[in-house]
Design a protein around this ligand. Structure first.
Ligand SMILES: C[S@@+](CC[C@H](N)C(=O)[O-])C[C@H]1O[C@@H](n2cnc3c(N)ncnc32)[C@H](O)[C@@H]1O
Length: 258
C-alpha cells in the first residue's frame, strides 16, 4: 500500500474505531443463521473469518457450548476487543484468536465444521471467497455468510450511483444463491436482516461519532471525504433502505472428498 492509501485506510479505521460491530447484524440474526446450519456435530470446530470486534464470535461460542471457534482478522485492535468480550462472556477458553489474512489462512485443509463470515466475503470477492473457503471445510460442513444485496430491480439514480461507486459488484439474492450452487454448496436457506440490524450496533453508534470526526479532521480534505461518504451511506440507508439490504446465506459443502 502506498503512503496515501495507508493514510486513507488509517482514517477509515479511525471512523470505524470503537463500534460494537463493523457491519449490520445482531445476536438474533447470527442465531437465526446458525439455526439454518443443520447437521453440525456436537462439538463443532468453527472458523470466523474477518471477525472484527467479535460480537458474532462470542454469540456463536455461547450458543454452542461445546464448540471451539477460531476467529481471524487482520486488525489487532479488533482482536483485542474480541479477547475482552470473550473473557467477559466467559467463553475465552473456547476461542482461538489469530491475526491472519483471509487470502492466506494458516490451517490444514478440512479443519472446520462451519465457516462463518459476517460481512466479509466481499473483501475477496463473493464467489472467490466461497470457492477458497471451501478448502477449510470438512466434507458436508456448513458455510454462513452475510452480504449486501439489491432487494428490488431498477433502484433510484441516487442509490444506484452510490453503490455503483462503493460496491459495483453488488447483486441480488437469486444471483447469490446461484453462486452458492455454482461453488458446490447446497443452499440451506437465506433471509434478509431486519432494519434494526443496520442501526442497533452499527449505524447509530457510527452516526454518533460523526460530529467529533468532523472536528478532529477539520481542514483535512482526504479525511473529510471519507467522513462525508460515511454520512452519505447512512443517509442513503435512511431514505432508500427498501431497495437494498443485508442478507444471510447458509449452504452445505457438497464435495465428496476421499
Ligand atoms: C465489514 S467488517 C465485518 C466485521 C465483523 N464480521 C462484523 O460483522 O462486525 C470486515 C472485517 O474484515 C476484516 N478484514 C479486512 N480485510 C481482511 C483480510 N484480508 N483478512 C482478514 N480479515 C480482514 C476487517 O478488519 C473487518 O474486521
Amino acid at each position: 500500500m502506498n503512503d496515501k492509501n495507508q493514510r486513507l485506510f488509517e482514517i477509515f479505521l479511525d471512523v470505524q474505531r470503537g463500534l460494537p460491530r463493523q457491519g449490520p447484524g445482531t445476536d438474533e440474526t447470527t442465531l437465526e443463521a446458525l439455526s439454518l446450519c443443520t447437521g453440525l456435530p456436537e462439538k463443532p470446530a468453527i472458523l470466523d473469518i474477518g471477525c472484527g470486534p467479535g460480537i458474532q464470535t462470542v454469540a456463536l461460542a455461547t450458543a454452542l457450548a461445546e464448540s471451539h471457534v477460531t476467529a481471524v482478522d487482520v486488525h489487532q485492535a479488533y482482536l483485542k476487543a474480541l479477547k475482552e468480550r470473550a473473557q467477559a462472556a466467559e467463553v475465552a477458553q473456547r476461542i482461538d484468536i489469530l491475526i491472519a489474512d483471509m487470502n492466506a489462512l494458516p490451517f490444514s485443509p478440512q479443519s472446520f465444521d462451519l465457516v462463518w463470515a459476517e460481512g466479509t466475503a466481499y473483501i475477496m470477492g463473493f464467489e472467490k471467497a466461497l470457492a477458497a473457503w471451501k478448502h477449510w471445510l470438512k466434507s458436508g460442513g456448513c458455510l454462513a455468510v452475510s452480504e449486501l444485496v439489491w432487494l428490488q430491480p431498477d433502484p433510484p439514480g441516487e442509490v444506484a450511483e452510490f453503490f455503483g461507486r462503493e460496491y459495483p459488484a453488488m447483486t441480488d439474492v437469486e444471483t447469490i444463491v446461484a453462486t452458492i450452487r455454482a461453488c458446490d454448496y447446497e443452499p440451506l436457506g437465506h433471509f434478509t436482516l431486519p432494519e434494526a440490524a443496520w442501526w442497533q450496533s452499527y449505524y447509530r453508534p457510527l452516526e454518533a461519532k460523526l460530529p467529533a470526526l468532523y472536528d478532529k479532521y477539520r481542514g483535512d480534505e482526504d479525511a473529510l471525504g471519507i467522513i462525508e461518504t460515511t454520512k452519505r451511506e447512512i443517509e442513503i440507508r435512511r431514505h432508500f433502505g427498501n431497495w437494498y439490504g443485508y442478507a444471510f446465506f447458509v449452504g452445505r459443502d457438497l464435495r465428496v472428498r476421499s
